[in-house]
Design a protein around this ligand. Structure first.
Ligand SMILES: O=P(O)(O)OC[C@H]1O[C@H](O[C@H]2O[C@H](CO)[C@@H](O)[C@H](O)[C@H]2O)[C@H](O)[C@@H](O)[C@@H]1O
Ligand SMILES: O=c1ccn([C@@H]2O[C@H](COP(=O)(O)OP(=O)(O)O)[C@@H](O)[C@H]2O)c(=O)[nH]1
Length: 455
């Protein structure tokens, strides 16, 4: 068998640096396990861009092969079409989507350039596994250059219903180019079903088996492969020196008070303002929690060059200040809002010392934080996961307390219920979820996808 070539916009690093982003975290685990080449953007902007030298760096069984982007590529492809057009649409936010012809042209250009740089790395027998919305059209470009090997695609973010997707100008061309892949994977059945509905309604496609569709003259596998984490490995992190150090710091400030934790990139899809309001509502409706329960929100900034991201950051600072001003006391701060990233071992310590994780995205492909929180719990005294029904993770983790993140009163009531949940119920919910995340871990996710891709 040939080698595995993984392609994603965000590549590495292979070490845990505390830079947030579930895609990179998941792929490190997979590549470490199986070995291969990981090709993508270096994270650098230079004058030569994709025409510059390919940086190659080997660490044990994984080789990182990266190229720069130039300023126009960065602005039109990454900040433009990927994050101003596709990201909001795929997260059901048509109100935030910007449609600009240069963005779309930049997207096609960068996909073509990446295909040109990738092609010489592909040898007979290799399989290519492409990730995420940055590269919907990459396989189409590779095929046009004569590449015939098996190429798979996995979408890490949601795929909405045809009603929403059809708002994207020239959506047909985009979806048609996706059919150049041999296997197309989604995080959840909901996303997979939306894609099939699109093919049937908009492209005259048809289902030709449980996981196969025919459209645009091609027959491909279309299937949900919910992404996992290295759950066994993560469950050991709270016992690491860094994990312990964070737990001890938290215990020292909390005493016998309870902590709710949230961990998200600052992104409008994550529902952080709604979460702050739900926590405020908890303090209003259940005043016995004042002085007794606090919310720790870790929120590393993300895509800060985009207005929508600057706006949400400001809104959060304002809201946290307002809620703290209203309820804080000399010895208690209701919301501790930390706008920087932590390495995952440190996060594990924060998760372990929190009675509740409040994971309330308005839309999310999967949400690995939900799985990490479960993995980090003490089996003898586990905390409670309160999870949005709109996270991909909710399809699997149905023993969590599932909430509608838009319903402030419901989330506040669920927090109160979680704070009072008896130990035996906490344990039975935890055990069911832990078993699932250990079984459906990152390794199994990759093996399952690759077994379809190998044909
Ligand atoms: O690369 P950035 O623009 O800095 O953004 C970080 C990553 O965000 C997204 O992550 C998604 O993948 C997770 C793992 O499958 C999933 O749990 C989560 O729901 C998604 O939002 C994005 O998809 C990545 O491409 C970005 O690198
Ligand atoms: O300070 C932080 C915050 C997050 N993360 C990691 O970033 C990933 C976030 O993945 P998720 O699927 O929850 O959301 P995404 O950011 O990919 O949309 C998780 O593995 C987190 O542990 C991290 O390493 N440090």
């Amino acid at each position: 068998m040939g080698k595995l070539i993984v392609v994603s916009n965000r590549v590495g690093p292979l070490k845990d640096t505390g830079k947030a982003g579930g895609l990179a975290v998941a792929l490190v685990d997979v590549l470490r396990e199986r070995g291969g080449v990981w090709f993508g953007w270096s994270g650098q902007v230079s004058e030569e861009g994709t025409f510059g030298e390919m940086k190659r760096q080997k660490s044990r069984n994984v080789e990182l092969a990266t190229v720069d982007m130039n300023k126009a590529d960065y602005e039109e492809f990454y900040a433009g079409y990927a994050n101003r057009t596709l990201w909001p649409i795929l997260h059901y936010r048509l109100d935030l989507a910007e449609f600009d012809r240069p963005y779309e042209q930049g997207y096609r250009r960068v996909n073509e350039r990446f295909a040109t740089r990738l092609k010489p790395l592909i040898e007979p027998g290799d399989v290519v596994w492409v990730h995420d919305y940055h590269f919907f059209t990459l396989a189409g470009q590779l095929r046009a250059m004569g590449v015939e090997c098996r190429i798979g695609f996995f979408l890490h973010i949601p795929f909405p219903s045809p009603d929403i997707i059809t708002a994207l100008p020239r959506h047909t061309a985009l979806v048609r180019s996706m059919l150049a892949y041999d296997v197309i994977g989604f995080q959840s059945n909901r996303d997979r079903n939306h894609f099939i509905e699109y093919l049937i309604q908009e492209a005259g496609g048809e289902r030709v088996g449980e996981d196969r569709v025919r459209a645009f003259g091609r027959e491909v596998v279309v299937k949900a492969f919910p992404i996992g984490i290295d759950a066994e490995g993560f469950s050991q992190f709270p016992k690491s020196p860094e994990g312990r150090r964070q737990s001890q710091r938290i215990k020292a400030i909390l005493g016998d008070r309870a902590q709710i934790v949230g961990v998200d990139r600052v992104d409008y899809s994550k529902g952080i303002p709604h979460r702050f309001r739900a926590f405020e509502r908890l303090l209003e409706d259940y005043p016995e929690n004042r002085g007794r329960v606090s919310l720790l929100q870790v929120a590393p900034p993300s895509r800060s060059e985009l207005d929508a991201y600057v706006d949400i950051q400001r809104e959060l600072e304002h809201l946290a200040g307002q809620i703290n001003g209203r309820f804080a006391d000399v010895d208690w701060t209701p919301i501790r809002f930390i706008m920087r990233g932590f390495p995952r071992k440190a996060l594990a310590g924060l998760y372990r010392s929190s009675r509740i994780a409040l994971v309330t995205p308005l839309r999310d492909g999967m949400n690995l934080v939900a799985k990490e929180y479960v993995a980090a719990q003490d089996p003898e005294d586990p905390g409670v996961l309160v999870l949005s029904r709109f996270a991909g993770a909710a399809e699997e983790l149905n023993e969590s307390v599932i909430v509608n993140p838009y319903d402030t009163e419901e989330v506040a009531g669920s927090l109160q219920m979680a704070l009072q949940m008896p130990l035996d119920e906490r344990k039975s919910r935890y055990e069911a979820m832990f078993n699932k995340i250990v079984t459906n871990d990152a390794k199994r996710w990759a093996e399952s996808f690759l077994s379809y891709l190998s044909g």
